[in-house]
Design a binder for this molecule. Structure first.
Ligand code: NI
Ligand code: MN
Length: 221
C-alpha cells in the first residue's frame, strides 16, 4: 500500500491498482503539490464537510466517476450535485470490492446541519490504513485499537481545530499503529506545530514510528 501526502489533510492512497483520496482539498490548499485535475480516484473518503476537507471532492468525483463515501448528511450534499455516493455512519463497517471500511468516531463538528464528523479505517487484507479526520484526543482511540490493528495512521497535530502535537502523542499511544504520519499542521499560522518534537516524543513514549511526509511525498508500507 502506498500513501502520498497532498498537503493539509489531503491524502492519496493506492493499493493494488485501486486509487483512494481522503479529504481532497486542493484548489485553495496553499500546500497542495498538484492540481485537482491531476488526481485519479476510484473512491473518495470524506471526513466531514468543512471547506478544508470537502475541497474539490465534487469536481474530482464527477471527472473520475468515483464514489464518495461519507456520513449520510455529507453524502446528501454531494448527491444533490450529481455525485455517486455511498453513505455510512459512525461505527458502521461495510465490505467494498477492495476491502473492509469502518467509519470511525471523530470528536469534531460536521460542517453540515445534523451530521457528524468521522474518520476512516480501510483494511484491504494486505494493509490497514486509518485517516482520523479532524478530531480531538478521545478515549474512542483505545476502543478502536481493540477492533483494528492499524499499519499506518494519519493524525492531525496542528491544534486549535483538532488535537495538538502533545495530545497527538497520547493518541498515537492509544491507537498503536506501526507508523504515524502527521497531518493538518502548518497550512496556516493558527495550526503551526513542531513536527520534529512530535516525532521524537512519539518514538520515545510509544511503540510507533513517525514518518514525516512533505507535501507531494510518497511512502510505501
Ligand atoms: Ni474541520
Ligand atoms: Mn480541518
Amino acid at each position: 500500500m502506498k500513501v502520498r501526502f497532498l498537503g493539509h489533510s489531503a491524502v492519496a492512497l493506492e493499493d493494488r491498482g485501486t486509487r483512494f483520496l481522503f479529504d481532497p482539498f486542493i484548489t485553495d490548499n496553499p500546500a497542495a503539490p498538484v492540481k485537482p485535475s491531476d488526481l485519479p480516484a476510484d473512491y473518495i473518503f470524506l471526513s466531514h464537510a468543512h471547506f478544508d476537507h470537502i475541497g474539490d471532492t465534487a469536481d474530482i468525483a464527477k471527472r473520475c466517476d468515483a464514489t464518495v463515501i461519507s456520513t449520510f448528511e455529507v453524502t446528501n450534499l454531494l448527491a444533490d450535485q450529481g455525485v455517486k455516493t455511498h453513505a455510512m455512519n459512525l461505527g458502521g463497517t461495510f465490505r467494498f470490492p477492495f476491502g473492509k471500511v469502518r467509519c470511525t468516531i471523530a470528536f469534531h463538528s460536521a460542517g453540515v446541519a445534523g451530521g457528524s464528523a468521522c474518520g476512516w479505517v480501510i483494511n484491504t487484507g494486505s494493509k490497514s490504513f486509518y485517516h482520523t479526520g479532524d478530531t480531538a484526543l478521545t478515549a474512542e482511540f483505545s476502543v478502536l485499537a481493540q477492533v483494528e490493528s492499524i499499519d499506518l495512521v494519519c493524525l492531525p497535530i496542528g491544534g486549535n481545530f483538532t488535537m495538538d502535537a502533545s495530545d497527538a502523542v497520547v493518541a498515537a499511544d492509544l491507537i498503536k499503529a506501526k507508523t504515524v504520519v502527521p497531518i493538518h499542521y502548518d497550512t496556516w499560522p493558527p495550526i503551526a506545530a513542531d513536527v520534529s518534537t512530535f516525532k521524537r516524543e512519539v518514538e520515545s513514549r510509544t511503540q510507533s514510528k513517525v514518518v514525516i511526509l512533505r507535501s507531494g511525498e510518497e511512502y510505501e508500507f
